[in-house]
Design a protein around this ligand. Sequence first.
Ligand code: CDP
Length: 788
Amino acid sequence: MIQCKTSKEIGGMGHSIKRKEDVRFIQGKGQYIDDIKLPGMIYMDIVRSPYAYAKILSINSEKALALPGVLAVVTGKDLEQHNLHWMPTLMSDTQMVLPIDTVMYQSQEVAAVIATERYIAADAVELVEVEYEPMQPVMDPFKAMEPDAPVLRVDKEGKTDNHIWHWEAGDKEATDQVFNEAEVTVKEQMHIPRIHVVSIETCGCIADYDKINNYLTMHMTTQAPHAIRTIIALVAGHLGLTEEKIRVISHDIGGGFGGKVPIYPGYVIAIAVSFLVGKPVKWIEDRTENLQADSFARDYHITAEMAGTKEGKILATRFKLLCDQGYTDAAANPSKYPAGMFSICTGSYDYQNSYVEADAVYTNKPPGGVAYRCSFRVTEAVHAVERMTDCFAQKIGKDPAQLRMDNFIHKDQFPYKSALGWEFDSGDYHQGLQKVMEVVDYHALRKEQEEKRAKGELMGIGICTFTEIVGAGPSKDFDILGIKMFDSAEIRVHPTGKAIARFGTKSQGQGHETTYAQIVAEELGIPAEHVQVEEGDTDTAPYGLGTYASRSTPTAGAAAAIASRKLRAKAKKIAAYLLEVSEEDLEWEPGKFFVKGAPEKAKTIQELVFAAYTNYPPGMEAGFEATHYYDPPNLTFPSGAYICVVDIDKETGQVKVRRFVAIDDCGNIINPMIVQGQVHGGLTQGLAPALYEELIYDEEGNILNGTLMDYLVPTAVESPNWETGHTITPSPHHPLGAKGVGESPTVGATPAIANAVVDALSHLGVTHIEIPITPPKLWKILKEKGAV
Ligand code: CDP
């Protein structure tokens, strides 16, 4: 039995766990939304569009309503009467809750059926008759950008095209000049395909409106309960549902990975129905709905370029992005960064010129762009720069490890200002790469590759040395809908020295209950098992922006340390009073203050806490509580050096990952077991888009692999034996020297695997292969190159 809380701790999104009962809970309540049954609860299911783009001519609910147990069929027109048919997105765009006359993507919500039982609601969905007039959807983002493309968002007054936003970073002129004059340039067109977070648990909620007290309790699987409460108040405030009348409770979550940050229409419909009928309304997506209608990530088309010298000095990078957002921009990026942290795309290398240009576009796909286990588009950025680094090495005939070693930012250069303006806090990239090369015996592998090539066998070695950017974020730059991206901790220590600590973040299985308790215990000197950690209830937890983008340790983890230190300062004052010495005469060792030079004159933390309620200094406020809202001075910049070794079966195009070694640097580690679990799960989620996952749509907008029979999620069977290790470069500005870690492995694994496969074929003249590298795709390339 593995000790952990939910799947992410030991294997990511349930890739390696079949049932949650397999996991022993060491903390937390063990209560999932689907386990909750409230008195009088009714159920909701959703009628979805078979077309990607169509006019709704009529909705006939008669047959559905005739089914015993069916209570109502709700349409957009019903919601329109209460002005609830549209809602804002976290990117200040607008999204339909239910459509009035047009559907914009296949599987879009068209109507909701309410019934006394879940199965009756599901049966009734089949009986709702909707008449459509299909229209030709726009699925290709490049075509959507053409001047004569049909305008999709006709609901937006004055909109004459499908363009959403334009964003730039860096000095275009200076970068262009370096490219014009460079000895060597490389360029590739790449697509980071649309994929799905596929968390073990789908989205769902129970909206429970109490008519008598005008009070809404929203049980949800959300990663950001406070932000959701604020948004519900913004959407429904005009109906009297103001923020103090709303309680969002996020129970245990079976994986989120960014997919449970946005608000989905199902939540709002459930609230509206509960508000109208005064009963708790439960809505849980089924697996297929989840896969087809929400929680989508990536879908960036990137033109990536790198310039340098013949000897191998990187001089500049240039990236042009076309970002397919689907029919609305419902991502959750910080306001100033619509393409997220893509500007980390300069990589771990020391050069001064880079330029990024991004345009976002509407298409007839579901809203996409959630930050799937990445700090807002870092995955895309790292894939682009790490692929280009290999392309550059290949073009000048230099070993890709040596090229990296020659171009890394040196450890003495930190804090380092990147060409796109970030201040990297700390790192030792040479040490990481050196370590991973030693573990795999890199030079022996290159020799083996040469011998295999001579025999006509295909073996590849892929390197990825990445820098992440996590911990959003400093208030001067980071907000969502204007709310600054601080996070919080509130610690109350009871008279007997036992504590409850509450946070604005929300674990989805990352083990916050363990690590936050450790932080408080370490700082205050009380045992971790005496610290009860709570998150996710807006009525009790301090306001925070939630958990995603590996921000919890950099923000709320820091808040926990500082709140604990405030308490320790108070304990010191009480100790000085009780021991009748001045504060300067006291020394701290975890668990007690003692008088310098007289260790027997001591007061334990438990005694001091008790005194805070019973015998505190005159003039001091009673009690032992502290709150801290932590506004980080900078982001943290974890890094990693990964090497992947692949063998390719020429006859089938099958890639076998023979070995994968990941050396991560997340600064000081709070809990090694949890970090290792994070890395294992993240690597599997990085393997997924490299070799398996991609959501495919045809020209009519039909999703071609919308079930888990067709959408290939790797399991433990497909996963190699992940070998992990670490280097430690503490963050100089984080109170614990820690950096986030949750997303590094997802970010680093995909390019390492892609680089390995291209490396295996590089002698055939192959410079780039689009992910996912499936057997048919690879076999076709091998055939074209005459290798089979
Ligand atoms: O925001 P999220 O919890 O997904 O990401 P994180 O801050 O990277 O933390 C993931 C888990 O790893 C948490 O339980 C952290 O406390 C733990 N962690 C750690 O033990 N040491 C670190 N240096 C970073 C994270």
